[in-house]
Design a protein around this ligand. Structure first.
Ligand SMILES: *[C@@H]1O[C@H](CO)[C@@H](O)[C@H](O)[C@H]1NC(C)=O
Ligand SMILES: *[C@@H]1O[C@H](CO)[C@@H](O)[C@H](O)[C@H]1NC(C)=O
Length: 420
């Protein structure tokens, strides 16, 4: 990771024309290829490294409020956010699907990322050498509950059942070694204490509830009826963890009119104490504090706060709405661009997005762009098409240039099909 930090720093020290920091993009030279980096827009998700850094994900906004450049994993300081690692493979967006990233968790110093691809979550570890991530859990139509028990090096998850993997899963092959603990049981969150397994389930029906159940980490292929329901509260939970014999549950105000973070003794879980009444999204904790992101109404409102676990003292660490004011920014080229005018896109092709901002898209060895959202971005279109964010040969065609057809070429509305 250290290598990447230094590479990133070199990239950021570029065409700074403003001493003492910038505020607006126009202060940074050639528009729209250069940017004043001071408005970091947060994505959902928060994590804590084993050395105590709070990590989040997001992208820089330009002065016009458009998100530009790469997605970064960033660390949160007091009042500011510093990008640490870039995500080099952006999730392609294409008509009908939105792209988005979320920081799922951090194990040791490895961020686990959730990329919504084709509308489904896809979760796996970030690789600091390549700047990409390895999807392990690709969960179509199911909610994923995932918990890394770092002290015992085990992974617990639920999709259509509850599973245990006897290591910290880092590849798809690791997932194939999972033991099924409970069949036909889904969940949103898990945690363990010794051999007790606790799962939290958001139950959506006429009234939305969240319930905590106790089971065993050693049950094998057990039925959901073997789980014991300990407590049920109104609304959906947005986070769950255990510290010192207490459950902690967070909730946004989307599915409950009692948002916040609540503490319950495991020995007496039906009575709970509120630590904050904020609308709380994702939450992580060390032994003393919970670190959380706030939401407003049905919308993610990117403020990061911390609250004491054993009292109710709240401190704001980063507020996106007030950060980036004043001359705190650094001038640089947009990600991928270089040169005196920031217009050089080496090894790539410049794509203009609808909002008038340029992106440098890497070209693959085949000459095709790494991602696409429209067919005309692919070489040899319409013998090629953009399918699921990548350039592919049109139906039936083969060859490097996708123009080989061993049957009859039929044209329909200007598009060729190779009928074999
Ligand atoms: C960044 O832009 C988004 C819209 O794309 C906006 O909602 C958000 O408030 C902006 N944040 C900052 C820090 O400018
Ligand atoms: C939700 O919880 C309440 C008690 O808090 C209970 O009366 C109700 O039956 C629960 N509903 C469901 C669908 O579990």
């Amino acid at each position: 990771m250290k290598m990447i930090i230094s590479l990133l720093l070199i990239g950021m020290i570029s065409i700074s024309s403003v001493l003492g920091g910038c505020n607006q993009d126009y202060e940074c030279g050639n528009q729209p290829f250069s940017i004043c980096r001071n408005r970091f827009h947060l994505f959902p998700g928060i994590g804590l490294t084993s050395s105590g850094s709070i990590l989040v994900m997001g992208k820089y906004n330009n002065s016009a409020g458009q998100q530009v450049g790469k997605t970064y994993i960033a660390s949160v300081g007091s009042g500011s956010v510093s990008p640490q690692y870039p995500i080099n493979s952006d999730v392609p967006s294409y008509p009908g699907y939105t792209q988005s990233f979320e920081l799922y968790d951090v194990v040791g110093s490895t961020p686990y990322i959730n990329a919504y691809q084709v509308g489904f979550p896809s979760v796996g570890p970030y690789n600091d050498q390549s700047g990409t991530f390895t999807p392990i859990w690709t969960v179509a139509r199911y909610i994923l509950g995932l918990y890394f028990d770092q002290p015992t090096s085990k992974t617990y998850y639920c999709d259509v059942g509850v599973y245990r993997i006897d290591k910290i899963a880092s590849t798809r092959a690791d997932k194939e070694t999972a033991t099924k603990l409970y069949a036909d049981q889904r969940c949103n969150y898990l945690a363990t204490v010794g051999s007790d397994l606790y799962i939290l389930v958001n139950e959506y029906s006429l009234v939305t509830n969240h319930s905590i159940y106790r089971g065993s980490v050693n049950c094998q292929n057990c039925q959901p009826t073997n789980l014991i329901k300990l407590a049920s509260f109104p609304g959906a939970a947005s986070g769950f963890f255990i510290r010192n014999g207490n459950f902690f549950v967070s909730a946004t105000n989307e599915y409950t009119n009692v948002p916040g973070i609540f503490r319950m003794q495991i020995s007496n879980p039906t009575s709970r104490t509120a630590l904050t009444s904020d609308s709380v999204g994702d939450v992580v904790a060390d032994g003393n504090f919970a670190y959380y992101q706030t939401w407003a109404g049905y919308q993610f409102r990117p403020t990061i706060k911390k609250v004491t676990l054993w009292s109710t003292t709240v401190t704001t660490l980063y507020d996106e709405d007030t950060a980036g004011t004043g001359s705190s920014g650094t001038c640089s080229c947009l990600d991928g661009f270089s040169g005196a005018n920031c217009q050089t896109c080496s090894g790539g092709t410049t794509r203009w997005t609808n909002n008038g901002t340029p992106t440098c898209v890497k070209l693959l060895a085949s000459g095709q762009p790494e991602t696409c959202s429209n067919g005309w971005e692919c070489q040899n279109y319409p013998y090629t098409q953009c399918v699921s964010g990548a350039c592919r040969c049109s139906e039936g065609f083969t060859g490097d240039r996708c123009d080989k057809c061993s049957g009859a070429v039929q044209w329909d509305n200007g598009f060729p099909t190779c009928k074999l």
